[in-house]
Ligand binder design. Structure first.
Ligand SMILES: C[S@@+](CC[C@H](N)C(=O)[O-])C[C@H]1O[C@@H](n2cnc3c(N)ncnc32)[C@H](O)[C@@H]1O
Length: 237
């Protein structure tokens, strides 16, 4: 964790909630190192899904950037996106209009989910679960709500167990923010968000928690500074 944290952030405390779609879409790709690369990997991870209408659940759908990539591959998917920010969901509704996904305004840590999903995906969201316990609990919920043979696609911001590695990647992460923010105000907002509102857990621990939860083939697919992409399979029974 960086700095002093607030308790599990409320939607209106995250700066995403206050930005209109155009601004958020412009910012998120610039301020998250590897955001584009993470999304380029996702279609490849879906190659094993054979159903024409897979059941897909997204945790923290935001304005639908991740969903759009998945729905281009599976336009007939039964797609459910959860987000606790009404503002972000307005953006998702606009972007994903042709696909008619189901959008739910709720806290995914506590709300009810559909069962037997073929894919559960979450990109740049789970780090807002404040404690290790919250993250582990969420991983268990994800496992329970996947069908046998289902996959969990998990992109996120993380830290590292080795303090030198953590410091090195954190420095590069903030350097990236400095290089890519559009103004002093913009840099302040994102630096504040990343310093005080994000609750990063070490990637090594998160890989271990996923394995302990029962996932098979837990793989780290991509890494740039504090950004990672992990994929985990729920085996066939
Ligand atoms: C940075 S956006 C990511 C959206 C998209 N995947 C992308 O990469 O652009 C993260 C989203 O997660 C949502 N979020 C964070 N914690 C949440 C929670 N506990 N329940 C529901 N939504 C949550 C935020 O409101 C935000 O819209």
């Amino acid at each position: 964790m960086y700095g002093e944290k607030v308790a599990n952030a409320r939607p209106d405390e995250l700066n995403y909630d206050q930005y209109e779609k155009k601004k958020y879409d412009h910012d998120i790709v610039r301020v998250i190192p590897g955001h584009e690369e993470v999304h380029k990997q996702i279609p490849r991870l879906l190659l094993g899904i054979n159903q024409k209408k897979p059941k897909i659940l997204e945790l923290g759908i935001g304005t639908g950037i991740t969903a759009d990539i998945i729905l281009r591959r599976f336009p007939k998917a039964q797609y459910i996106g959860i987000d606790f920010s009404k503002n972000m969901l307005v953006g998702a509704q606009q972007r994903l209009e042709p696909y008619k996904p189901t959008l739910i305004c709720a806290d995914y840590a506590t709300c009810k989910w559909p069962i037997e999903n073929d894919v559960i995906v979450s990109v740049i969201s789970i780090h807002h679960q404040e404690t290790d316990r919250d993250k582990k609990k969420l991983f268990k919920k994800i496992y329970r709500h996947l069908a046998a043979g289902g996959i969990f696609i998990f992109g996120d911001l993380v830290t590292f167990e080795d303090k030198n590695t953590a410091a090195f990647n954190e420095a590069l992460h903030f350097h990236h923010l400095v290089e890519n923010a559009s103004s002093r105000k913009n840099l302040t907002e994102w630096a504040f968000h990343h310093k005080y509102l994000n609750c990063l857990a070490p990637v090594e621990k998160q890989l271990q928690w996923l394995q302990q939860t029962g996932f098979e083939k837990v793989r780290l697919i991509y890494h740039r500074y504090n950004t990672v992409l992990i994929v985990a399979n729920k085996g066939h029974l």
